[in-house]
Design a binder for this molecule. Structure first.
Ligand SMILES: NC(=O)c1ccc[n+]([C@@H]2O[C@H](COP(=O)([O-])OP(=O)(O)OC[C@H]3O[C@@H](n4cnc5c(N)ncnc54)[C@H](O)[C@@H]3O)[C@@H](O)[C@H]2O)c1
Length: 335
């Protein structure tokens, strides 16, 4: 099979590409290599993919309409796994237009590419942040998600709406994956695990928001990639029973699905910090801070649907996953 993986130099895109290549698929990876975080980390991820014979990389911006149209026309992909985006909640407060360009225009370029080139399945990254002000736990794809609290979240919800429109109009099967705080080796420098590990090893204090009263459904990268690849094989069909008046938001009369992809067990931030301290063997100096605008208090994924469709339940515990990250970090940065 021929796959397009967007954001192939990114954290999740890199692991997804590697798994596909290991399984013998052909992968074209694209990424604009932006400097939202250290570009060397993106280059080094790509270095790991270069030895694969069936891997091709192209530096391309999603918002480059002609470039994207040419790419789709040239390769005629079977399946598209669209992971490139401007990520991060806090950055969206100061850089809103980065989200308009990469997440809105970018998603449209991908949809147009799928529309004109007979792509069999588009799997794309949404986010747990779409749950915004929802307080019913666990977060379910049966619930409405109309109250985002960051522009980032609003663009991810918009991606789901745009995908539904294209599924309806052009019969493109689309599956949206709401990722819940993904962590692991080669992870993102703007996320808590990376920042805390770096600070603790440098003897610097860590900033703990909302005095530590936060919880996240941390999901290890291998569990995420397993879920992505299993969903990719499960091409959604039209739900002929679906009716607008009583139908659930998670599917449709169009070949459209959204899934939560998370661990299914929230961890308190202070327990997460303890796991990092244990993995490093040093106690952190802690700066307790107020709640950050745009953040949510707790995330918890209802993953029943995903388990039903993929027969996969996340396996990796936070203590094991954090230890793997810390081992990678110390080896990569030689600290
Ligand atoms: N990591 C998480 O916890 C998490 C949680 C929820 C959702 N997500 C979503 O999952 C996807 C992957 O996230 P990640 O953690 O791997 O992030 P990442 O930033 O490591 O990867 C995204 C990649 O996309 C590239 N990119 C950004 N804008 C682009 C553009 N306009 N054109 C081409 N390439 C572009 C970046 O250079 C980067 O390498 C994103 O859509 C993100 O919003 C991630």
């Amino acid at each position: 099979m021929k796959y397009l993986v967007t954001g192939a130099a990114g954290f999740i895109g890199f692991f997804t590409s590697r798994r596909l290549l290991d399984a013998g698929h052909q992968v074209v990876g694209i990424d604009n290599m932006n400097d939202y975080y250290e570009v060397q980390l993106k280059r080094d991820r790509l270095k790991e993919l270069e030895p694969f014979e069936h891997f091709n990389f192209l530096q391309l911006d999603l918002a480059d309409r002609e470039g994207m149209a040419e790419l789709f026309k040239e390769h005629k992909f079977d399946i598209v796994i669209h992971l490139a985006a401007q990520a991060g909640v806090r950055y969206s407060l100061d850089n809103p237009f980065a989200y308009a360009d990469s997440n809105m225009v970018g998603h449209l370029s991908v949809l147009e590419g799928c529309r004109h080139n007979n792509v069999k399945h588009l799997v794309y990254a949404s986010s747990s942040s779409v749950y915004g002000l929802n307080s019913k736990m666990p977060f379910s794809t049966e619930d409405s998600v109309d109250h985002p609290v960051s522009l980032y979240a609003a663009t991810k919800k918009a991606n789901e709406l745009m995908s539904h429109t294209y599924s309806h109009l052009y019969d493109i099967p689309t599956s949206g994956l709401r990722f819940f705080t993904v962590y692991g080796p080669w992870g993102r420098p703007d996320m808590a695990l990376f920042k805390f590990t770096k600070a603790i090893l440098n003897g610097e204090p860590i900033d703990i928001y909302n005095d530590g009263n936060l919880a996240r459904d941390f999901t290890y990268i291998d569990d995420i990639v397993e879920g992505i690849l299993r969903v990719a094989k499960n091409i959604p069909t039209k739900n002929t029973e679906w009716k607008a008046e009583e139908g659930s938001p998670k599917d449709s009369s169009a070949p459209y699905r959204v899934y939560n992809i998370g661990n299914g067990s929230p961890v308190q931030l202070m327990d997460f910090v303890k796991a990092i301290e244990d993995a490093i063997g040093i106690e952190a100096k802690k700066n307790f801070m107020p709640m950050q605008p745009g953040d949510v208090y707790k995330t918890w994924a209802d993953t029943e649907d995903l388990e039903k469709v993929t027969s996969h339940k996340p396996q990796v515990t936070v203590s094991k996953g954090v230890q793997k990250f810390v081992n990678w970090y110390r080896n990569y940065y030689k600290v």
